[in-house]
Design a protein around this ligand. Structure first.
Ligand SMILES: [Cu+2]
Length: 148
């Protein structure tokens, strides 16, 4: 009886180990993500003023004007970050939008310089560099050459 129980736990451990080995590493991706949308920071407006992206997308603001501007979030969905860009006159800044909903931001230096980001459900299509899923490969025992 004891032997049987330890065999069962060995099998359980083996299954757990296999599951862990095949799981993707969490939080391993620290590379800067290419932006999904770009917003120009000009004198004195954001262009485009209203942008719609998908959950998980990155938006990049690029400073083009001569004046100094910032990106200050005034209203974000519950649980979302208000992280914005400090005042500057050139360069770029980007952030990822992880929570669906509407984000309103302003440049605090110029009245009326404002913008909106709308974050929708995640895009259905995986990004282009995603590996082929197992579903797209022929099922075991079926040759791709067999007539259908
Ligand atoms: Cu400004």
């Amino acid at each position: 009886m004891i032997e049987w129980a330890s065999r069962v736990s060995l099998v359980v451990l083996a299954v757990l180990a296999a599951a862990l080995a095949s799981a993707p590493a969490l939080g391993a991706d620290s590379r800067p993500q290419a932006p999904d949308e770009r917003i120009a920071v000009k004198d004195n407006f954001f262009s485009a003023r209203s942008v719609t992206v998908h959950e998980g997308d990155v938006v990049r603001w690029v400073w083009h004007g001569d004046n100094r501007h910032n990106v200050t979030f005034k209203k974000v969905p519950a649980g979302a970050s208000k992280h914005g860009a400090k005042t500057r006159s050139d360069g770029r800044w980007q952030r990822k939008f992880r929570v669906q909903g509407q984000y309103r931001y302003v440049c605090t230096l110029f009245t009326g310089m404002r913008g909106t980001i709308t974050v929708e459900a995640p895009a259905a299509e995986p990004s282009g560099d995603a590996p082929l899923s197992a579903r797209e490969q022929p099922a075991a025992g079926l040759s791709a050459d067999e007539p259908r």
